[in-house]
Design a protein around this ligand. Structure first.
Ligand SMILES: [Zn+2]
Ligand SMILES: [Zn+2]
Length: 292
């Protein structure tokens, strides 16, 4: 039996997993293969527990290995990012402390098999196709069986998936929102008839939801471009204008949202970035003058 994602490492999630499996006529010990859509703790926190009890093979995309294995290489680049956003150093420490607390809800795991885009995973009655869909997480995958798509956190009905800040192996930030939008367009082109998201109920005929998300981000990008046309803003100032009550735990979500839209403007060749005393200031690049 194959399980996709397993929930965070909490007693409640483990009990819910056992209950759900039982209702489907299975036991946790029967899981042979655990597929992880991406390396966020609400999707893989229990993976080590499941593997220990069942002997299941654990599979994930290689791009999420740092998150799955608990690599701490992101700490220094994250401090730099918060500093360049215009926050005092205490803010970075509060954020890192909040992230440390979350680590209680996961056991790090090294997957025993690494997945690639296009892999076909045999099932008793068919196969699951692996689609690499980066954006919300660099190693995010969706799984397709005909018109049915298991969409992880790429496509959710109630909330707009966050383009969470991610760093490459050299500590450079990856442009996550442009990648997320490309992944959304890719799955829409496959015209799934139903998606099974990582949170919430199945979404039948999900094309409308993809369109809605694309329009949402387009509108936010335009709103940000409008702000930046007046003067240069720091990341901290934009985040405060968009999300006035951000707690340290939610700061990363807010900053990711803003950075994602700055990336869209930058990809369109319209972003001017200036360093002032170690803090980055963003403005709209003046449009090129028409030649006379
Ligand atoms: Zn996630
Ligand atoms: Zn999630």
């Amino acid at each position: 039996m194959t399980l996709v994602d397993c929930g965070p490492k909490t007693p409640e999630a483990l009990a819910a997993l056992r209950d759900g499996l039982e209702q489907a006529g299975f036991a946790l010990g029967q899981i042979e293969r655990l597929l992880i859509t991406h390396g966020h703790l609400d999707h893989f926190g229990l993976a080590a527990t499941v593997a220990a009890e069942s002997g299941a093979v654990v599979c994930a995309h290689r791009a999420d290995l740092p998150k799955l294995t608990g690599d701490r290489a992101f700490v220094e680049p994250m401090r730099a990012l918060i500093r360049e956003a215009g926050f005092p150093s205490g803010v970075a420490e509060a954020l890192l402390e909040a992230l440390r607390r979350y680590r209680g809800q996961l056991d790090p795991i090294t997957p025993s098999c690494l997945l690639n885009d296009g892999d076909l995973l045999p099932l008793a009655d068919g196969a699951l196709e692996v689609l690499h869909t980066p954006g919300h997480a660099q190693g995010h995958i969706c799984l397709r069986d005909g018109g049915a798509l298991i969409s992880g956190d790429l496509l959710l009905e109630e909330i707009s998936p966050n383009p969470l800040v991610e760093l490459d192996g050299n500590g450079h930030r990856i442009r996550t929102l442009p990648a997320l939008l490309r992944s959304l367009r890719r799955i829409a082109a496959l015209e799934p008839t139903i998606t099974y998201p990582g949170h919430g109920e199945p979404i039948p005929e999900p094309a409308w939801r993809v369109r809605e998300l694309l329009l949402h981000h387009e509108a936010r990008k335009d709103r940000l471009a409008q702000m930046l046309s007046g003067r240069a803003w720091t990341l901290r100032e934009i985040a405060a204008a968009w999300f006035p009550d951000l707690s340290p735990a939610n700061l990363l979500l807010g900053l990711s949202e803003v950075l994602g839209h700055l990336d869209l403007i930058e990809e369109a060749g319209q972003l001017a970035i200036e360093h002032r005393d170690g803090v980055l200031h963003y403005a709209l690049e003046p449009p090129p003058r028409a030649s006379t």
